[in-house]
Design a protein around this ligand. Structure first.
Ligand code: FNR
Length: 182
């Protein structure tokens, strides 16, 4: 088993999501001692504080997967200049009950791609605010706002030549961050 298991949270449920493709391609740039697992967040209930003492199995599953991980990787689109509700819902569900925040202390990276010119910058900024409150040490630099355009991925789904060096450097910095804080 890899020394560093990374819980990957993709903020899109769309079948052909560019962000899911980005998450899959990024994992291939990770170091040998890292493994990446995309977690299911589409089956979580809408967060309801009344259920704190009786969390759904899907919430318990997410929380145990987070507990087993040494780091977090958020790969998210931007919806209406913020993070998608499905991602915020996952953050809320796994943050409770009070005092049992499953995100706390896990080193994280934030990245995303969108067809818009600002490449998820505002979604990432909102997400960073939430992660700060959840006590998640989040890589600050380099930032990565990826424009989803022709050539971002090659035929095999790997990062295309034009973005490879940039994203390899991002991954190297992310991996070093995880190793420092795990
Ligand atoms: C979008 N999109 C979008 N893009 C952007 O750059 N800024 C934005 O605020 C929004 N807002 C937005 C809202 C909603 C409801 C949708 C469905 C889409 C476009 C978005 O970048 C595009 O649909 C991406 O393809 C979404 O990412 P995935 O699903 O491909 O990972």
């Amino acid at each position: 088993m890899s020394q560093y298991q990374i819980a990957v949270i993709v903020g899109s449920l769309r079948k052909d999501s560019f962000n899911r493709k980005l998450a899959t391609a990024l994992a291939k740039l990770g170091p040998q001692d890292f493994s990446f697992k995309q977690l299911e967040i589409g089956d979580l209930p809408l967060y309801n504080q009344d259920e704190d003492a009786n969390q759904a199995d899907s919430v318990k599953r997410l929380k145990s997967e987070l507990a087993a991980s040494q780091g977090l990787l958020f790969v998210t689109p931007e919806y209406n200049r913020s993070m998608p509700g499905v991602l915020k819902n996952a953050l809320d569900n796994a943050s409770r009950p009070y005092g049992q925040n499953a995100w706390a202390g896990k080193p994280a990276g934030v990245i995303g791609t969108s067809i818009g010119a600002i490449g998820t910058a505002l979604a990432q900024q909102h997400l960073r605010n939430v992660l700060a409150y959840l006590d998640v040490p989040t890589l600050a630099q380099p930032e990565a706002f990826i424009h989803a355009k022709e050539g971002l991925f090659d035929e095999a789904g790997n990062i295309g030549a034009g973005s490879k060096e940039f994203l390899q450097n991002w991954m190297d910095q992310y991996a070093a961050w995880v190793k420092k804080h795990a």
